[in-house]
Ligand binder design. Sequence first.
Ligand code: GAL
Ligand code: ZN
Length: 688
Amino acid sequence: MSKRTRYGGDYNPEQWPREVWDEDIRLMGEAGVDLVTVGVFSWAELEPAEGAYSFGWLHELLDLLGGAGIGVDMSTPTASPPAWLSARYPEILPVDARGARYSPGSRQHFCVCNPVYLDHAGRIVERLVSEVGDHQAIEMWHVHNEYACHVPYCYCDHHAAAFRAWLERRYESVDALNEAWGTAFWSQKYGTFAEVLPPRMTPTFINPSQELDYRRFSNDCFLDEFRLEREILKGAGPEIPVTTNFMGFFKPLDYFEWASELDVVSTDNYVDPGDPEWPMLSAMHWDLVRSLNKDVPWMVMEQTSLRVNWREHNAAKSPGQMRAMSYQAVARGAAGVLFFQWRASRMGAEKFHSAMLSHSGTASPVWAEVARLGKELAGLGSFEGAAVQARVAMVLSWPNWWALEGGAKPANDLHMLDQLVWMGRPLYNNGTTIDFCRPGEPLGRYDAMIVPSLYLITEAEGANLVSFVSNGGTAVVSFWSGIVDEHDAVYLGPYGGPLRPLMGCDVLEVAPQRQGEVLEVEWEDGTRTTATFWADVATEGEGHVLARIASGPWAGRPVVFETRLGKGVAYYLGARLDNAGLSRVYDRAPALADAPAIGRSGGGPEGYAAEGYVAEGGGSTVGGIERVVRASSTHSFEFLINHSSHDAEVEIAPDGFDLLARSALARRLVLPPSGVAIVRRAESATGG
Ligand code: GAL
Ligand code: ZN
């Protein structure tokens, strides 16, 4: 991965006659393509009947690509079993919570615990390795495709048996299981492990601790299958990096765990281009994926050139939007930008999903954009070693996400992603680049930690966050944090469990607000903002009260707290403050307020002048210029992207070289809508 920013897409030539391949290779050359993903759904081509293999076409294809200097991200084909496999062994088909079996005819119709499936998956991967494992064109292995995308949970008897074995390993005795699941409730006590089932269809709420463990277990099942394939691939030569494509904020799989097993993290980003907040949502996606394994490179494995086909209404990217989104990924660290897919299919369920090469061929305006971007990236050189500069992190924990949305809660419309967006929006708007962190990982490299609704937290994770603050960090913790332990058992006393030292108050009750109700929030200086959705019912504690609820039945109750702890400071928010209220809190926190931002002093010789820098609306996500800095010891790269709908004049620090325009820069730069500039400077002068 040490080259220029890689460029290409999924390449599925098995859908086309042989003569089309030559045209593909030629056009890939024109578009600056240097990496394609091959074989994702090729199982039926490679093994047309059980034990009968057909690899001739793949050898020919790899020779062709290699000969043209195009690298191959070689995929295993296990995400779509061939028809003969499920016809002969129907037990490989997954089962839903009601006991209904899925049918073949689309993809991902397999049970990941089924021994027959696992056996055949292992065999086709072994065959792939022995056939092409030493081919020079192969630069990376791409394991499977989007694990768990369509069938994240299977409830079949194989899963039931594997779940019991998993529980026995975890709890050792059925008494410990009963304890961990709180089965004294509703007469759910188990006498033996054999009585335990997956969380199949039940009359009403299933035991939430059981469901939480099933999510952990299901994650582990997919991860085991991944490991099985990876071990076979590594046998071909450990130096070829291994990836599998993630889907950003995908709830069923704990990507932090997964990423620690990858050499390259990759992701598929299909943020809705019609969402007015797409720049922020997409930025968060890239920031998450970059953060999943902070020691390995990451890349965009899939995005669309124009439009997907699987939403009810598939808003198309506007001209320039795909390029802006792609540079946003590079700005945030991507080592490659690839698409689904190279050539638009003529048949099948994705024929109206846009591709690099459209049905109308090179006449399409999409082709011009695709080819332009590819040529640009080829000319930019490498950004390797230039790390994205983030001093602020947001805490995300998959077990928490699972438990938080487990149902039967005070507010079942309290969603993890809403909380991330709520707390992340003012940071995106003021130009603060964030990483994501697990609550238990080392946090010393950050100045500030944003903690949205960390409902489930272990004692050890709590201690980690508390020591982050006492060692000088700043934390902003939202309501509905520190509520339960790893088994979903409530920490008794005022809410907060191991996070109580950061809260500065006693949360005695929680009160979701009525639909549409807007609470007044009054700050120390008498000014007011608002809050919605939720209000803690708290009393004062160690912390300093920054704001109180000023309307409704809980008027007078304290709701925002500042607590000094050791060398650091923590803020606790007992309600969903509006943007203005949240920004007030962030502005108090030096680490958050001092983050390099558009219009703020950025550490260049004279800093940045605010004038003309912030687009209309004071840096709203729709109106703003996005700025991200990557820096190495020798160079910094300042990426500027205009997400507004008008020309924006940007004032910049001196001594910059505009990489895209290939010219030295004056102090001002005009960016058209969707325009991008990459300002390179010797040594990392821009700070950040
Ligand atoms: C991804 C998948 C691709 C293609 C694409 C369409 O989920 O990996 O194979 O289906 O979505 O957007
Ligand atoms: Zn199953």
